[in-house]
Ligand binder design. Structure first.
Ligand code: HEM
Length: 297
């Protein structure tokens, strides 16, 4: 149980096994924790509505085969939200928009729907307004292997386990996992080009804890029982490094795991790796961590 409503990015940082290998890292999900609602909901949904209006072509996608799954998703979303105080009579506004867009406008999560095709699990619908540095439109209608093409080592570490996992995922056994990024941009939507931008000159060891954010993607996967489609949700959790540092052990674990990244993964997670270097200098200089603790054992 994640304590719905008050989960922080730092709460989802767990130890990575060494040596580095991408792992599925999925854990059982309690359905109460599927969609997180917090006191930012109104502000987030206003911002997301504006982002959909200004980026609809690169945000919303739906093939006709996905319509049944989208209907089922809409029912599940309303059922989930209606259990929460103040949302008991929530409805979707389906005027002039696709169902997946109507769903996206009432939840703080981005959402993708996948269907099994002969070429593999394929993203046949999505509403992704606040990606973390990825190009959403280039993934429309693509298989998991193609979607993950930019991720080094995906083919050796994840491709087969992912296919097996998706094939076997049962409706009554949903899961969650988390991804982490370090960024100087606290916006909900992060454009792909930010990943490889040089570090800003004005971010220094002295101000990095105030200027850089831990951004965690809280991801869930569940299979819809009737359509058989798989729903993937991505909720963005953001926390300033200064606040992360108040969680005992988390900063050390984060820096240690980022220090174990091999060169190709470091290049892929470019800005994250470079921010980690500066945060480590700050954390060691303030005595929060030792150089040894925050480095690979
Ligand atoms: C258990 C399921 C999954 C696992 C284990 C997984 C794993 C990963 C990993 C390790 C990365 C690199 C992340 C990083 O920067 O640290 C990644 C990136 C990504 N994943 Fe997944 N993923 C899963 C499901 C999905 C699904 C269902 C989708 C979409 C339908 C998806 C879309 C993406 C995208 C778009 C990226 C960024 C790729 C880019 O840089 O262009 N993932 N994933």
């Amino acid at each position: 149980m994640l304590n719905n409503g008050s989960v922080a990015a730092a709460d989802l940082i767990t130890a990575d096994p060494e040596p580095f290998k991408w792992r599925m890292g999925v854990k059982p999900l309690e359905l109460n924790d599927w969609l997180l609602v917090d006191d930012q909901r109104t502000a987030d949904l206003e911002e997301i509505g504006r982002l959909i209006d200004s980026h609809r072509e690169e945000t919303i996608y739906c093939q006709s085969s996905a319509l049944k799954g989208c209907e089922e998703l809409a029912t599940e979303v309303l059922q989930h939200l209606r259990q929460l105080p103040g949302l008991e009579s929530i409805e979707l506004d389906k005027q002039n928009m696709s169902l997946i867009e109507a769903v996206r406008r009432v939840i703080q999560e981005d959402v993708c729907l996948l269907e099994k095709r002969s070429s593999g699990w394929t993203m046949t619908a999505c509403a992704v307004a606040i990606p973390t540095q990825w190009d959403v439109a280039s993934k429309f209608g693509k298989t998991l292997d193609v979607i993950h093409e930019p991720v080094p080592r995906y083919d050796t570490d994840l491709s087969q386990p992912m296919t097996r996992f998706f094939d076997r995922l049962q409706p009554e056994k949903p899961v969650w996992r988390a991804n982490r990024t370090l960024t100087d941009d606290p916006s909900l939507r992060l454009e792909p080009h930010r990943r490889h931008q040089p570090l800003r000159d004005d971010i220094t060891v002295d101000n990095v804890a105030d200027r850089v954010w831990l951004r965690v993607e809280y991801q869930t996967l569940r299979r819809l029982p009737q359509s058989g489609a798989i729903v993937f949700t991505i909720r963005i959790l953001r926390q300033k490094i200064k606040s992360v540092a108040t969680h005992p052990g988390v900063l050390t674990e984060l820096l240690r795991s980022l220090s174990t990244l091999p060169a190709d993964v470091r290049t892929y997670k470019d800005s994250t790796s470079r921010h980690a270097g500066l945060i480590k200098q700050w954390a060691v200089s303030t005595g929060l961590v030792t150089a040894e603790d925050s480095t690979q054992h």
